[in-house]
Design a protein. Structure first.
Length: 365
């Protein structure tokens, strides 16, 4: 059991933003949530499953939706609707407890990302819950079925959903996680492309072998590597790649970044002109919230489930899609996928073929 201080939390969220592969929500907004809780005297207590009782309930709170900035048209569409005066995920946790008539003892993140991990942490702190040192994906992922829970046939329902306007529902049953994705994404689309979800509520006994244990501690180490290399003026990409047992795969300058919001996702293509040892080469990154498939000179390069992480070398920070502006200098590192995603079933759910690319995944590192 460990009480996390602000530096721990910033390192963790920075590590999660890197492991977010361009998605997972805004690091800036994530830090704001952490600070808001700290300013109210709340505590962030990180625990291992071994420190909880087998029958304790653990819940997974997060945001579902696009990561695109809102258009003026989208803002105008919802003018006049009341807004919640608290974070919707905290409300969703309470609504789930009411439905179950049981106390939730701890929360766990559904994916590693600067925003979504912060939401889980914020819920834990504000609601007085422990935060489990684990994660359901080991990186950021675009869809609800992209979890280790699903690989282990853990029910996603019941699900508590709440939007920023205070509208809420409990989904008591879904056929499978693909249907859950469709249902919740539809609700996000009509909720200004973002909705709070709490799902996979289960006992420690059931969940402890259905997530990636130690994922938060891993993010902390990667975040520390980022911070210390930045403080020392070292090459950030190289040091983070080393900490994550990956490699620097490409360096260049962004030439184009075209994206659109489609059915609750941010879909885009990032084009990078190589420099230094990559001069003369062109990298293309296709993202669906997160960086999914890459090509160099038209040939497949790194793909999911490996992590394609991009750094804005001008600002010395992880790059969040779709904020890759033309002219930015960037470095790309590739980190190895969690082993759970490299199994036959893992690749069926979250390999290149699951996104329509008829190629076999090969480990990049």
């Amino acid at each position: 059991m460990r009480k996390l201080d602000r530096l721990d939390l910033i390192d963790i969220l920075t590590g999660c933003a890197i492991l977010g592969t361009g998605g997972g929500g805004s690091l800036i907004e994530g830090i704001k949530k952490i600070d808001a809780a700290l300013n109210k005297g709340k505590e962030f207590i990180l625990v291992d499953f071994s420190e909880l009782e087998d029958e304790d309930l653990v819940a997974t709170p997060y945001s579902c939706g696009a990561i695109s900035p809102l258009s003026d048209e989208e803002k105008k569409k919802y003018e006049g609707l009341p807004l919640l005066d608290e974070v919707p995920q905290v409300v969703a946790v309470r609504e789930m407890e009411k439905y179950l008539k049981k106390e939730i003892k701890a929360v766990i993140s559904t994916e590693l990302g600067g925003g979504n991990t912060a939401i889980a942490f914020y819920c834990g702190a504000m609601a007085g819950k422990y935060i489990v040192d684990g994660d359901a994906a080991g990186r950021s992922v675009p869809e609800l079925q992209h979890t280790i829970y699903f690989l282990n046939d853990i029910n996603i329902y019941p699900m508590s959903v709440v939007n920023k306007f205070g509208e809420s529902a409990i989904i008591t049953k879904v056929i499978n996680d693909y249907r859950a994705e469709s249902l919740v994404r539809a609700m996000a689309v009509v909720s200004q492309n973002n909705i709070a979800v709490v799902d996979h509520v289960g006992t420690v006994k059931v969940l402890k072998d259905s997530v990636i244990k130690g994922a938060i501690s891993n993010a902390l180490e990667i975040g520390k590597a980022f911070r210390t290399s930045k403080e020392k003026g070292e090459d950030i990409a190289s040091k983070v790649a080393e900490a994550g047992k990956g490699t620097v795969a490409f360096r260049g300058i962004i030439k184009a970044n075209e994206w659109r919001t489609v059915k609750g996702f941010t879909i885009g293509d990032l084009i990078v002109e190589g420099k230094e040892e990559h001069a003369g080469d062109t990298l293309k990154v296709w993202y669906k919230n997160e960086n999914i498939i890459t090509w160099v000179n038209g040939e497949y390069f790194a793909t999911v489930p490996d992590l394609v992480c991009i750094f804005d070398d001008d600002k010395n920070e992880p790059l969040l899609n779709p904020y890759g502006d033309e002219g930015k200098n960037i470095s790309v590192i590739v980190l190895p996928a969690p082993k759970e995603w490299t199994t036959r079933r893992g690749l069926e759910i979250f390999g290149p073929k699951s996104f329509g690319h008829v190629i076999d995944w090969k480990p990049f590192v």
